[in-house]
Design a protein. Structure first.
Length: 129
């Protein structure tokens, strides 16, 4: 303020220019304040946007991992099931083979019985003669 007065103590003509200049500088100040605020807002916005993007990507990755784990589990289950099926088939085959062996043994036994009968009959016939 003092600078705008001249030596005689009266306000000089320059002061009006100063006044308009100061008014425009306050406008500039508010403009720059707005500019800064807008900048910080857009920075925050982009930060939240990128953060959201990262979160979405993370969720996507987790989903994919879960799906992969599910697939692996399914494969394991399938393999176990196939293995069980194979074992059951093997058991059935063994049982069939066992049955066949028993049948063969039974046949052999019957044949032996018949042979013994025939032998006895022969012996009886020989005795009768």
């Amino acid at each position: 303020k003092n600078r705008s007065r001249n030596r005689s103590g009266n306000k000089s003509r320059i002061s009006s220019g100063n006044r308009s200049r100061s008014r425009s500088s306050s406008k500039n100040r508010s403009r720059s304040r707005n500019r800064n605020w807008n900048r910080s807002r857009s920075r925050k916005r982009s930060r939240t946007r990128s953060r959201k993007k990262e979160q979405d990507q993370e969720q996507e990755r987790e989903k994919e991992q879960e799906q992969e784990q599910e697939q692996e589990l399914d494969q394991e289950r399938d393999q176990e099931w196939e293995h069980e099926q194979e074992q059951e088939q093997e058991q059935e085959q063994e049982q069939e083979q066992e049955q066949e062996r028993e049948q063969e043994q039974d046949q052999e036994w019957e044949q032996e019985q018949e042979q013994e009968k025939e032998q006895e009959q022969k012996e009886e016939q020989e005795q009768e003669q």
